[in-house]
Design a protein around this ligand. Structure first.
Ligand SMILES: Nc1ncnc2c1ncn2[C@@H]1O[C@H](COP(=O)(O)OP(=O)(O)OP(=O)(O)O)[C@@H](O)[C@H]1O
Ligand SMILES: O=P(O)(O)OC[C@H]1O[C@H](OP(=O)(O)OP(=O)(O)O)[C@H](O)[C@@H]1O
Ligand SMILES: O=C(O)c1cccnc1
Length: 489
């Protein structure tokens, strides 16, 4: 996909202000100063108690061999915004930073670093936009998928969203995120090919319209496919669709594998019960009932309450577009920068809103699990040189309401950020997507149910270490003093 540029790259998939800032740094000779940026979001999506991290695979693909192509440089030249010297610098630039990230499929929370970039100021700045673009979308979809999984139990979950997704890339990577977040299969054949996701599907109303009646359509389809699910609601589900599905299944018998029927309209609780009764009466007690039509976790939960007889759920629009919350809001913040003497200085962004004040310093997130039951006690955000995994006891407290605290002993501390790139070289081997999916389910299991429930979950503790907290407070005071001094002068 290069339109008229065969060597198009993702390098310019960024905001112009990133390149503009890097031109300033280059002109001032500070483009190679060491900088540390961290990615986090401020609120779990969908009022959920957690999020599922997704996007690492594409981040790796994007960062590997990242450089400006000839047509990228030519285009920047055309804009007349950049000097020839700067363009020559960009031409030779390649990504050489160190990247740490949460594992894909990991349960993550608001207000903790999930990705960390440590490298030159130029490197860190040039990749911000694309990294956020990837993480924001994929993490949102994986989380939505996990919410849907949490209400269906062991029923089948099929991703049907491609036609409604925000363009091709979103369909493809959203499907991958949905799979790792808990879906079983997808209707997107390319996602099946590229990511080894099981593909699955039924047929459309157009098949029945083409043959003008249910019987001829089902018969034609069954003669050309072994595993069949008939869509029964084109004309009249109970009077024509299901009776004709049963007729064809009986006539062809063992010649086909009659899996079941799909309903796509009407009152799904009422209809599914009637359909179940018709299938059972005909002896097809194992035939499954598929349902689709604007479903999401709320409707599914409601249908379950009404004892709808649905075994397989096909979910499109509301999953792939993250319909009820279309943006995660993850941000990329500078936490430390080298000064003119080669010293690293932690940086902070102040705000009148306490929750919006960033936490300075290079940090690691430690998941604290009690050894006795394997359940998470909370996440402990510590400065990089701290070693909570070696402590006998940890004092954990809320970063804003510090009186909410507890002391934890007999625990295991697992670091969440792991090395992915070292000085631009990929050193991490991604597990297979199926392993990532399994990892995600296990990661979610380690949470108490109070944090996992769909509605009004408890706040999972994301606490600061004493050192990280003191560092933040000191910096807040220092910045305030500086501002006061400047306003006095
Ligand atoms: N028993 C039910 N309880 C709650 N929601 C339901 C129930 N049955 C269906 N729904 C949901 O209600 C919404 C609207 O269903 P509606 O019956 O209007 O769809 P429809 O008959 O397919 O209409 P259209 O043909 O315009 O799509 C859908 O999201 C559907 O999933
Ligand atoms: O409702 P969603 O969750 O988005 O799930 C996908 C929808 O896509 C199909 O409808 P469409 O009308 O596009 O095609 P069809 O003629 O095969 O029903 C399918 O029947 C579902 O209703
Ligand atoms: O296979 C299906 O039934 C399907 C696929 C995509 C969208 N809606 C339904």
């Amino acid at each position: 996909m290069g339109f008229q540029h065969p060597d198009d790259s993702l390098m310019l998939h960024t905001d112009a202000y990133q390149i503009n800032m890097v031109q300033t740094y280059w002109q001032e000779g500070i483009q190679n100063r060491k900088a540390i940026f961290e990615v986090f979001f401020r609120k779990n999506p969908f009022e959920n108690g957690y999020a599922i991290f997704a996007g690492l695979e594409r981040m790796i693909n994007y960062l590997k061999n990242l450089h400006f192509s000839d047509s990228d440089i030519a285009y920047l030249r055309e804009t007349k915004a950049y000097s020839e010297g700067f363009l020559a610098y960009l031409k030779n630039w390649h990504f050489a930073a160190t990247v740490r990230s949460a594992r894909e499929g990991e349960v993550i929370f608001a207000n903790e670093p999930i990705v960390q970039i440590e490298g030159s100021l130029a490197d860190a700045q040039l990749v911000e936009t694309a990294l956020l673009n990837i993480i924001n979308y994929q993490t949102l979809i994986a989380t939505k998928a996990a919410r849907i999984r949490s209400v269906v139990g062991d029923d089948g979950l099929l991703e049907f969203g491609t036609r409604r997704a925000q363009e091709l890339d979103a369909a493809l990577w959203g499907t991958r995120a949905a799979y790792l977040g808990g879906f079983d299969a997808t209707s997107n054949v390319r996602a099946g090919k590229l990511f080894d996701i099981p593909i699955s599907g039924t047929h459309a109303h157009s098949l029945v319209q083409t043959y003008r009646n249910d019987y001829d359509a089902f018969m034609a389809y069954a003669k050309t496919h072994k595993d069949v699910v008939f869509l029964v609601d084109t004309y009249d589900t109970l009077k024509s669709g299901v009776p004709n599905a049963i007729k064809v299944a009986k006539e062809l018998g063992d010649k086909i594998n009659f899996i079941g029927v799909r309903i796509d309209s009407g009152d799904m609780a009422y209809i599914s019960k009637k359909v179940r009764a018709q299938l059972d009466a005909a002896g097809f007690v194992k035939a499954k009932i598929y349902a689709s039509n604007d479903l999401d976790e709320k409707t599914i939960m409601n249908l379950k309450m009404q004892h709808a007889k649905i075994d397989m759920w096909g979910i499109g629009t509301k999953l792939i577009t993250a319909y009820d919350q279309p943006a995660l809001g993850a941000v990329y913040k500078l936490v430390s920068i080298e000064d003119e003497n080669g010293q690293m200085l932690d940086t902070i962004k102040l705000s009148n809103n306490a929750e919006k004040v960033s936490t300075p310093g290079k940090k690691q997130v430690w998941r604290i699990t009690r050894n006795s039951d394997g359940k998470s006690q909370g996440d402990y955000v510590a400065l990089w040189d701290e070693q909570p995994q070696k402590a006998k006891s940890l004092h954990m407290f809320h970063p804003n309401y510090t009186y909410i605290s507890k002391d934890v002993t007999d625990f295991t501390a697992k670091p969440l950020l792991i090395d992915i790139f070292k000085d631009g070289h990929l050193i991490y081997k991604q597990p297979s997507l199926r392993t990532i999916k399994e990892y995600s389910a296990v990661s979610l299991e380690s949470l108490w149910e109070e944090y996992r429930r769909d509605l009004n979950p408890q706040d999972y503790p994301v606490d600061l270490s004493q050192k990280a907290y003191d560092n933040k407070m000191n910096l807040i005071h220092k910045v305030r003093e500086n501002v006061a001094k400047l306003t006095k002068d």
